[in-house]
Design a protein. Structure first.
Lengths: 307, 307
């Protein structure tokens, strides 16, 4: 293979209580890497995908992941490729953009090598990039690669578990017109948490997994309750509290911050309900003085794919 | 109904990482309450079930739960019963003895009243007793009442979720010949835990739930990893560390402390494997200078029943 084009969907990190350990791939917007094998060594960035993204391959998520994939494939110093990123996901939006870019780079490199790498190596390659640009966690990478809802059981060694999602689950994503850097969103996380909060949080994550298997969208959304990250991140997100109240009032099964924000996500049982929730959230942000971009979508069950 | 006889199985609390939120009913030993309606008011204890258990109905788990059930059934001051407990579970053993006694009292009272109470009220009545004698948690009560594996999503309001267990799951219980009071086992729990430990623990609980639905006994046992309670309780339990090593070496899928101890539990994929693990654990305790009682059993899927 001389060239390839890989599309990777965005994702909701945390999915409420699942800080760092639960992620959900979302249909629609995603990042695309177009990659071409060339002579020489290493990975070049022909198009970084956005003026604010670096062209330095040691700092660009797709290129870091591609290089890590080449290394894992035993091609260090013996393989060269050029990458162009088509950025479909917002920067610093909390929609898994850096993870999607990383996964796309890793998968593209794997395709060009003739696919020597399996899922664990692809996760590992993308994690190398995510650790550099956003933090060492897999909760966006794993669903972006595999599709659907994924539980991260362990990072060392990497062990991820795909969980079924309830049929008929609709997702509202609302991105207010401001950014929040992942690093800032992570810096406010407490190092210590109360044992009682930790256990309550664990029970919610387990309840979401159970509701996924039991195919119960309402119970799935009901367990979206985050006592660790949301309380400290919400104050960084003007309008979030009002928008969340509006979402729940409009019938959302559950609502929280996507990743480290600023995107809000809400869960619903039908397209009509999701549309109504999206409108209510948009009005709430507007009343708080912020424009917002609303997406009404569903789960992406495919993950990374060649296009 | 003038008399009834209710049997309630023991249970493993926590089931490893599920401190306070995950419990598993175990076949075999249990507590039995024989109850008789009588004239007058209130609950009398005719036989406390053990010389070390109080006959004061305000301090006996079965009687406290029975009175709470009468109150919830609207019979406060208008209904009287006498209770005798046949204690099949060890005291302060970590096998859910106080919870089984409480559930038996609540169910017996409900039967004598003509069954006005549903599951939430029975859980609430038994919880009133458990809170008095052992601590306010449902992870023994809920599986003892309902059978099987139960996740406690919330205490306030009470919300419990039954989770399937993998077929062919065998359980080894080993009780060394010393006691550990639940209150002592709880007093060492840290008030604060590291966020990273909290999230890892949550991932293990979620992985156990997923393995239950996926019918994977090995993965179920593999996720039995407790970074919150076991590290601080194990030092109170002479021989536990050696016995756990022996269990894992003998092929256990997972091994931890049952409830707050001293009983150890190990999970296996067959009766033969469980028997071998039991022998290895017994030898390890013996080398550490402690006799132990070994039970090889399976999941109790029934819970409380009239006999």
């Amino acid at each position: 293979m001389k060239t390839t084009r890989v599309f990777v969907p965005g994702s909701i990190g945390n999915v409420g209580p699942g800080l760092d350990i639960l992620g959900l791939a979302v249909r629609g917007a995603g990042d695309t890497v177009v990659a071409e094998r060339r002579r020489g060594r290493g990975v070049l960035v022909a198009d970084a995908g956005h003026p604010n993204l670096p062209t330095d391959p040691h700092r660009h998520a797709s290129a870091i992941a591609a290089q890590a994939a080449l290394d894992l494939g035993g091609r260090r110093g013996r393989f060269a490729m050029t990458i162009s990123l088509i950025k479909g996901l917002p920067l610093s939006g909390g929609q898994g953009g850096s993870a999607a870019s990383a996964v796309a780079g890793a998968v593209a490199a794997n395709v060009l090598m003739g696919r020597p790498l399996g899922t664990p190596e692809l996760l590992s390659a993308a994690l190398a990039a995510e650790a550099t640009v956003a933090g060492r966690h897999l909760d966006n990478i794993a669903p972006s690669l595999l599709g659907g809802l994924v539980l991260i059981r362990s990072l060392d060694p990497i062990d991820v578990i795909s969980i079924p999602t309830p049929r008929g689950l609709w997702i509202v994503l609302a991105k207010p017109a401001y950014e929040l850097e992942t690093r800032r969103g992570r810096s406010v996380l407490p190092r210590l948490v109360r044992r009682t909060d930790a256990l309550h949080q664990a029970a919610q994550i387990a309840a979401m997994v159970a509701a996924g298997f039991a195919n119960d969208a309402a119970r799935f959304g009901q367990a979206v309750e985050d006592r660790i990250a949301e309380p400290v991140r919400a104050p960084l997100l003007p309008g979030f509290a009002q928008a969340k109240r509006a979402a729940l009032h409009a019938g959302a099964f559950g609502c929280s911050i996507s990743g480290s924000g600023p995107t809000l996500f809400a869960l619903a049982g039908s397209r009509a309900s999701a549309t109504a929730i999206g409108a209510a959230v948009s009005r709430a942000y507007a009343r708080a003085g912020h424009r917002s971009t609303i997406r009404v979508t569903t789960v992406d069950h495919v993950g990374a794919r060649i296009r």
